[in-house]
Design a protein around this ligand. Sequence first.
Ligand code: FES
Length: 140
Amino acid sequence: MDRQEQIEFILDHYEHPRHRGPMEAPDIVMKGGNPGCGDIVTLYVKLDGDERISGLTFEGEGCTISQAAASMLTEMAVGKTLSEVEWMDAAAFVDAMGREVVTNRLRCATLALNTLKAAEKKYRAGQRARSAAEAEVENF
Ligand code: FES
């Protein structure tokens, strides 16, 4: 895609966001934000039995690039396992958006991806806490 096509691609995601809105009974809800500007993205993640993302929606308020990136992410991350999310490459995501277009807005471009990575960590922390609680009950 040339620069103009990348801009149109980003604008299309901003103006016609994919999978925007809350989700009923998500397995993970994660809110992320850029402290510098106050823009936010909230992700709702549904997992199947293999910790594979079977659904991903978002809500958010913010600049064109951050919200378009969230929309793109909802298309790219479905079907990935949480382990794969952990290793998703920010550079590759920026390339998919159009590095030339977003190069001065990397924090905006990666807000949603970083929020998804934080969602993975939150889920793992919840699992560890649950295992510890179960062990405590068993040893009671
Ligand atoms: Fe805030 Fe882009 S200006 S995320």
